[in-house]
Design a protein. Structure first.
Length: 234
């Protein structure tokens, strides 16, 4: 990847072309999923990150082995829908109840000394509500529509998707923004000295949940839905 390409290309496209870039962006605190339309240069300016330092890290990826199983952009849309539903939706559904319980528990136990935990619990309760509804809509309306559109070119599926896609993108931004706020409030999930074992477990689970959500939203925003928008333009 050339320097000029990396500086001017969107974050979403960089990660879509080489999924390993996601790890580099995570370390730099750069949002490549909901913020995937930004160029690398713009994102670095916003975060006060040295763009050339990231360019150098990204260029090193060219000299190392890339697992072909992570070439998500080359997957058939219907298969990508199945992957998102079976991997990410299953993880989210199994993790949401635990995190709702744990965030509320540590807010109850430690909230008097760490009032930020009350806000964390409130934010995650909203994430829980939004994602359950969001995933149900994807599984019952959007993903079947995508499969029908690519399989038969269905005009009805196309119209349904045109109506649903803008709302999906906004819902992604809402959930991603809530997790960004949780990250900020907790200072990147840093447990205070008086944090108990449950405190540690909760923050670790929140961090893992955020990482999974970034990948989940990236696959939809920057590959699956982007390809649909391009297909509709054609």
């Amino acid at each position: 990847m050339s320097k000029d390409y990396l500086i001017t290309t969107s974050l979403g496209d960089i990660v879509a072309n080489d999924f390993r870039a996601a790890t580099i962006f995570k370390k730099a605190g750069i949002d490549f999923c909901c913020g995937g339309k930004q160029s690398l240069s713009q994102a670095c300016d916003d975060k006060a990150v040295d763009v050339m330092s990231l360019v150098n890290e990204l260029q090193k990826l060219d000299d190392s082995y890339q697992n072909p199983s992570q070439n998500f952009k080359d997957w058939a849309p219907a298969f990508l829908c199945d992957y998102i539903q079976n991997i990410h939706h299953t993880y989210v559904r199994s993790t949401l109840p635990e995190l709702v319980f744990y965030t509320q528990k540590i807010a109850t136990v430690h909230g008097s000394h760490h009032p930020e935990l009350i806000e964390v619990a409130s934010l995650f309760a909203e994430v829980n509500k939004e994602l359950i509804q969001h995933m149900q809509k994807e599984e019952e309306i959007v993903f079947p529509g995508i499969r029908a559109f690519y399989l038969t070119g269905s005009a009805q599926a196309k119209e349904t998707l045109k109506q649903e896609l803008p709302a999906l993108m906004l819902e992604h931004e809402s959930a991603g923004g809530a997790m960004d706020n949780i990250n900020l409030i907790t200072r990147n999930y840093k447990v205070p000295a008086d944090g108990c074992n449950t405190y540690h477990v909760t923050f670790k689970m929140l961090e893992q949940f955020e990482d999974d959500l970034h990948i989940h939203v990236h696959l939809e925003n920057n590959i699956l839905l982007k390809n649909l928008f391009e297909a509709f333009i054609k």
